[in-house]
Ligand binder design. Structure first.
Ligand SMILES: [Zn+2]
Length: 115
């Protein structure tokens, strides 16, 4: 499953981030995921409960996903529009030619530690 390998990457990134600090355990990991990535947040959350158990520093932590809506600018008429909602087609002129502004994100936005 695609989401599992993504989650393993996330775990490795968290490990790298806290390595060399005095942080031994994190409580929340916040991801920003664009809707053009095709990643399904519900699958990520499901998989996380298993993955997080495999890592001492993630045990019992929570995954929070902020989904970023994709936006693009039509190359023909210049209108900015939501890509996924419009199935990639400019709602103003019907063109499929566009510049993608957002929606391809896959980043760890924040790692939270509760006191
Ligand atoms: Zn257009």
């Amino acid at each position: 499953m695609h989401e599992v390998s993504l989650l393993l990457n996330v775990a490795e990134l968290v490990r790298e981030t806290i390595e060399g600090t005095d942080i031994a355990h994190v409580d929340e990991v916040v991801l920003e995921i664009g809707d053009l990535t095709g990643v399904i947040p519900a699958f990520m959350i499901d998989g996380y409960s298993y993955i997080s158990d495999e890592y001492e520093f993630l045990k019992g932590s929570e995954l929070i996903i902020n989904q970023i809506k994709s936006r693009g600018i039509c190359s023909d008429c210049g209108m900015e529009f939501a890509i996924v909602e419009n199935e990639g087609i400019c709602p103003s002129c019907g063109s499929v030619s566009k510049t993608v502004l957002s929606g391809q994100e896959f980043v760890i936005k924040e790692i939270r530690i509760k006191e």
